[in-house]
Design a binder for this molecule. Structure first.
Ligand code: PBG
Length: 333
């Protein structure tokens, strides 16, 4: 007989009868330590600027970061990841500001590692916040994003972040071969303990819209898109290949992005590769939840907690989410 037998001897509702039973038998847990909070960093002083496309999120000047880091620490958040908002005056076609040792990101990393040394700091390795054209890489005369010259630039950017003290560098650009090249560059300078979190399966997604507004890359992009390097939303086998390759090249952790529309990708990659895996609940997912809740269409807290738990259930070890702080507070008795 199959395990459990049949009704009425088997009544699956018995284990759902009350909260104590449901907690006892919940297969997936979500804790603040599994949440990563993205922070937008801007130039200037004493500035907390609301992001229109992402109500509740802000662009912080470097001097405001320590307070945010203390909030995250107090709630047991696992890590923060940094995204810079660069003024047009500091953007150029080559994204040269990306490797400035006194640029916004190195400054932010140094500030955070001084204020909260135990809080892990993840930096984004990609050129889009710094390029006048808004692409993640270097563009040739015909407008194509060139792989190998971009990889060389990304190595310099990753080293710049590692020198500032970043715990984890996170290439989000989707160039080929960049994980091996960045790993070699880090080894070459003695940064053997700097982790690489590879945005291994990053899809060409419409759900990044609010983020591009937040960092000001959408205006730079104009009508252009990133489909010549980010994954096609219809592909799953290709995502597994991307993840496997990045692990072979030396990535410590791989990431799937976006989150909720790509739960099958999270599940399959986890099941096939059994490697550390994060999911990124991106800006568009955040904005949808916020907007629907604002209009009274869904219960904000219940829906955001469910969305995070479900990413964990699919197979994500940790989740990057703009709801991290709010969720951690809700998880803290
Ligand atoms: C680009 C980058 C993007 C995000 C993180 N890094 C957007 C893009 O590829 O245009 C998106 C994050 C989000 O939407 O929350 N390097």
């Amino acid at each position: 007989m199959s395990a459990g037998g049949r009704y009425p001897r088997t009544r699956l509702r018995r284990t759902r009868r009350n909260a104590a039973l449901r907690s006892l038998l919940r297969e997936t847990q979500l804790s603040p330590a599994q949440l990563i909070w993205p922070l937008f960093v801007r130039e200037g002083k004493d500035s907390v600027e609301p992001i229109k496309a992402m109500p509740g999120q802000h662009r912080l000047s470097v001097d405001r970061l320590a307070a945010a880091a203390h909030d995250a620490m107090a709630l047991g958040i696992g890590a923060v990841c940094l995204f810079p908002v660069i003024s047009a005056a500091h953007k150029d076609a080559a994204g040269s500001e990306a490797t400035n040792p006194d640029g916004l990101v190195p400054q932010a990393v140094r500030t955070l590692k001084e204020a909260t040394p135990e809080l892990l700091v993840i930096t984004d390795v990609a050129l889009d916040p710094y390029t006048s054209h808004g692409q993640d890489g270097l563009v040739d005369a015909a407008g194509s994003v060139c792989n190998d010259p971009t990889v060389a630039a990304l190595c310099h950017q990753a080293l710049c972040h590692a020198r500032a003290g970043a715990d984890i560098v996170a290439p989000s650009d989707m160039m080929d071969g960049r994980i091996a090249a960045i790993r070699d560059a880090l080894e070459g300078e003695g940064f053997q303990d700097t982790l690489i979190l590879s945005y291994a399966a990053k899809y060409a997604s419409a759900y990044y819209g609010p983020f591009r507004d937040a960092i000001g890359s959408s205006a730079a992009l104009g009508g252009a898109d990133k489909r010549s390097y980010q994954l096609d939303p219809g592909n799953l086998d290709e995502a597994v290949r991307e993840c496997r390759l990045d692990l072979e090249e030396g990535a410590d952790i791989i990431m799937i992005k976006p989150g909720m529309p790509y739960l099958d990708v999270v599940q399959r990659v986890k099941q096939e590769l059994r490697a550390p895996l994060f999911a990124y609940q991106v800006s568009g997912e955040y904005a949808m939840h916020v907007a629907a809740a604002e209009r009274g269409m869904i219960d904000r807290e219940a829906a955001l907690m469910e969305s995070l738990l479900c990413l964990r259930r699919a197979g994500a070890d940790a989740v990057i989410s703009y709801f991290a702080l709010e969720a951690a507070a809700l998880l803290t008795p």
